[in-house]
Ligand binder design. Structure first.
Ligand SMILES: Cc1cc2nc3c(=O)[nH]c(=O)nc-3n(C[C@H](O)[C@H](O)[C@H](O)COP(=O)(O)OP(=O)(O)OC[C@H]3O[C@@H](n4cnc5c(N)ncnc54)[C@H](O)[C@@H]3O)c2cc1C
Length: 459
């Protein structure tokens, strides 16, 4: 008899799928959440790939975009499961400042050129073995200065909106130069094209369907609503304790807890992590990206534009990116904030939030703009099961740090979006990392299952 423990999430399901493809079926998947996907209680975030009913339709609280077609594994799953999407086009954008609509073509071109130039600069510097820079320093070296509100807003839309952190704290070599891992480069057949998921079953459907196919009738291998409190690991096995009193013992565990959970100490590891692991964990950035869903009594914005970018005259990143939702029957807008603004918005009362967004909308659209009648804000930063929305490679994080971040401790392996060297932060990164770590685990298992191994996967 043999068991592997896996913790859930996209990376956990990918890991389990990889094991099963090699006839290793003795795994258990565990998660604190009650569902792999499925129904959602309003404003309760259940996973980083999750949807909620809002404005009479399903809207995504976490991941929403699929980056790249063809050999992108997430795109393949979307096609396999008939996920409904619409093309997303960042160039379909109208700019606004505090006086209304404004022109920004020249600045936009300048920024796009600077972004390309810093990619080349990073390549050159890495070839020469030069020290990493912040993306801010690199942008300045290439002649880009965010010295007006409109320039700051353009920069935000092209940078912070993807990486969820500003150029000051972001690594040039590992994050900025690689677009934060959104573009899959090591698969020859990935073709450009970003899709926005609008499926009524939710984006998480692809994970739920994969999990159902994986487990078949044997649902005993999926252990939900089970919050892990302690993980004891060593050279011989891994023992996991849950808050409901359950205890799991296995020969191997694949731990996919989000980075912020590993940083937080909410789960106790025994023995405690060695100093090289702690340094790597605390050096990687767990950051927050918050979607603010708003429903209005009537539509007052044009529908032929996908994005509105607002340049606040006082504060960079003050409700800067707005998205129209023409596929929804109800008048709904989604605004995004990141980083410190996310933390602030998560803690605000709905009334204060309503007041602030209405003020911004009136600056953009004039007196015809009205206050939203309903607002939905998912909580990531203050949710102990996540602690952030995803990771970013900050300045000061070396490749060696990242190798230490994912390095296994005895029988305890680590997988998940933050562990992906190239695609950290993204769903495809989580999926690909789950596959990779499970392949590495397979190589360490005894050839004969009768020798007895237990694999234990945490979702
Ligand atoms: C707001 C937002 C927007 C995003 N947008 C995109 C996007 O458009 N495109 C894209 O590619 N990516 C996007 N992402 C990132 C993507 O969703 C994640 O990278 C990916 O889902 C992470 O998968 P994972 O398996 O690494 O971790 P997770 O899915 O977080 O899995 C880890 C699991 O660990 C569980 N857990 C935590 N603590 C415990 C405990 N004590 N006991 C038991 N279980 C526990 C959690 O419940 C969780 O289910 C977004 C994320 C967010 C939050």
């Amino acid at each position: 008899m043999s068991t592997i423990l896996i913790f859930e999430g996209a990376s956990g399901i990918a890991a389990a799928r990889q094991l099963q493809s090699n006839n290793i079926n003795d795994f258990v998947i565990i998660d604190a959440l009650p569902f792999v996907g499925g129904r959602l209680l309003k404003s309760v975030v259940k996973s980083r790939v999750q949807n909620a009913t809002f404005g009479g339709a399903q809207v995504e609280l976490g991941a929403n975009w699929i980056y790249g077609h063809g050999d992108n594994p997430i795109h393949r799953l979307a096609v396999k499961h008939g996920l409904q999407t619409v093309p997303s086009d960042k160039s379909n954008v109208t700019y606004f400042d505090h006086t209304g609509q404004c022109m920004a073509e020249k600045e936009e071109k300048e920024f796009n050129k600077a972004l390309k130039d810093i990619g080349n600069l990073a390549k050159l510097r890495m070839q020469r073995g030069l020290v990493d820079l912040s993306a801010r320093t690199a942008l300045q070296l290439e002649g880009w200065h965010a010295n007006s509100s409109i320039r700051a807003a353009i920069e935000y839309f092209g940078f912070d909106w993807e990486l969820a952190e500003p150029p000051e704290v972001t690594s040039l070599d590992y994050a900025a130069a690689a677009n934060g891992g959104s573009v899959i480069k090591d698969q020859p057949d990935v073709t450009p094209g970003d899709d926005f998921v609008i499926d009524e079953r939710g984006f998480q459907y692809i994970l739920r369907a994969e999990c159902d196919a994986l487990l078949g009738q044997d649902t005993s291998r999926l252990v939900l609503s089970t919050k892990i409190t302690d993980v004891h690991y060593g050279q011989d096995n891994v023992t996991v304790f849950a808050s409901n009193g359950d205890i799991f013992v296995a020969d191997v565990a694949i731990c996919t807890f989000p980075l912020a959970v590993l940083q937080s100490g909410h789960v106790k590891f025994h023995p405690g992590f060695p100093s090289w692991k702690r340094e790597a964990l605390f050096n990687f950035h767990a950051t927050t990206y918050t979607k603010i869903w708003m429903r209005f009594s009537k539509r007052f914005w044009p529908l032929d534009t996908q994005f509105f970018v607002y340049a606040d005259d006082v504060s960079r990143g003050h409700y800067p990116v707005w998205q129209t939702m023409p596929h929804l029957d109800e008048p709904v807008l989604m605004a995004t904030v990141v980083y410190h603004e996310s933390q602030r918005v998560e803690q605000m009362s709905t009334k204060s939030l309503q007041k602030e967004v209405t003020q911004v909308l009136k600056r953009m659209f004039g007196p015809k703009a009205t206050a939203p009648v309903e607002i939905l804000v998912p909580v990531w930063k203050n949710n102990p099961l996540f602690g952030s929305s995803y990771s970013n490679w900050g300045l000061g994080m070396s490749e060696a740090h990242h190798r230490n971040l994912r390095r296994r401790l005895g029988r305890l392996w680590f997988a998940g979006e933050a562990m992906s060297r190239q695609y950290f932060g993204f769903l495809h990164g989580a999926w690909m990392d789950g596959l990779e770590v499970a392949s590495a685990v397979e190589k360490c298992l005894p050839d004969d299952p009768n020798d007895g191994y237990n694999i234990f996967c945490l979702i």
